[in-house]
Design a protein around this ligand. Structure first.
Ligand code: FAD
Length: 287
């Protein structure tokens, strides 16, 4: 499926991300997540691969095949390269072929202090070029960073490498989570200035726990604006109130992004269908 076609119409694309069950051998539990999400009609669902530096296995491809075959939804398999050799990527390509997976999010991957990176791929752009050569039938997406990737010295440098990923063959971008839409709007302007033409989806993560989101932002470098910090502090010890307040926060963010013409909303569902459904119900008529 040509990913750019999803963005041809007037409507804002709505997509979601899930992750493989954490316990090995429990892949069947993904059905309850996917059944729970079935009230939503996303343009695609993507599935992470070894996120947080965790060991990766074939569950990403298995889940993407289930999304496609059982739920009839386009799936995008995440694939990282920093801990993989060319032979590992060849195996992944073979698995994609066998499982009918045609869409990949090509990533460098999180660097894990305990795992020595392999030498074959340094950046997502190396993986994109390799996939283009070895599997030209794959549609490639890539990641981008409204608040600039923490490894980049400057926003200008980061956006140049984003443009390079497009030149290498990325047809679509999914953004890192952010909580202040003005960060996304400034980033979108930078992308426009360097001539990036591919659609950019805005990554929205609903917060459900203060400790969880603090851990997440410390890993990915996103910032927490005052408005969200106030909610986290006020409802820290009231789980239901925190959930309600933060769902409303995500709905406000998404409504404003749609009104400002965002190409797409990529919802980090965190495998929590009840939260994703509440958000989708509130914004579906705006898309
Ligand atoms: P790159 O594009 O390689 O960028 C990393 C840094 O290098 C940036 O500072 C960039 O500006 C710079 N750079 C880029 N290209 C070059 C180049 N050619 N030469 C020199 N410098 C360069 N991680 C997982 O492990 N599994 C997942 O499933 C996963 N899913 C993700 C989904 C989304 C939507 C996003 C936004 C991130 C995801 N991540 C995942 C996290 C991601 O792996 C990390 O953010 C990682 O640190 C960078 O990956 P990247 O592909 O953006 O890297």
């Amino acid at each position: 499926m040509e990913i750019k076609k999803l963005f041809d119409g007037e409507k804002t694309v709505f997509s979601m991300e899930i992750f493989p069950p954490k316990k090995p051998g429990t892949i069947d539990s993904i059905y309850s997540t996917l059944d729970g999400l079935s009230g939503i009609k996303p343009s695609f669902i993507s599935c992470t691969y070894g996120a947080g530096g965790n060991p990766a296995d074939t569950s990403t491809v298995d889940i993407c095949r289930i999304i496609k075959e059982k739920y009839d939804i386009l799936s995008i398999a995440h694939l990282t390269c920093v801990n993989n050799t060319k032979e590992d990527i060849d195996l992944a390509i073979e698995l994609f072929k066998q499982s009918g997976i045609e869409n990949v999010l090509a990533l460098r991957g999180d660097i894990n202090d305990k795992v020595e990176p392999k030498d074959d791929f340094k950046h997502a752009s190396d993986l994109i070029l390799y996939l283009r050569e070895k599997a030209p039938w794959l549609e490639i997406s890539a990641a981008c960073y409204p608040e600039t990737h923490p490894n980049s010295e400057t926003a200008a440098e980061d956006i140049r490498y984003m443009k390079y990923k497009e030149e290498c063959g990325a047809k679509h971008f999914m953004s890192q989570l952010f909580f202040d839409n003005s960060d996304f709007y400034r980033f979108r302007e930078r992308a426009e200035i360097v001539g990036i033409k591919s659609p950019i989806e805005a990554g929205i993560m609903p917060v459900t726990s203060k400790a969880g989101i603090l851990r997440m932002v410390s890993m990915c470098g996103a910032s927490i604006p005052q408005k969200l910090a106030r909610l986290l502090n006020k409802y820290e010890y009231n789980e239901e109130a925190l959930k309600d307040a933060c769902i409303n926060y995500s709905i406000d963010q998404i409504s404003d992004l749609i009104a400002s013409g965002a190409d797409g909303i990529h919802l980090y569902s965190m495998n929590k269908p009840d939260v994703a459904i509440r958000i989708y119900q509130a914004v579906k008529n705006l898309l």
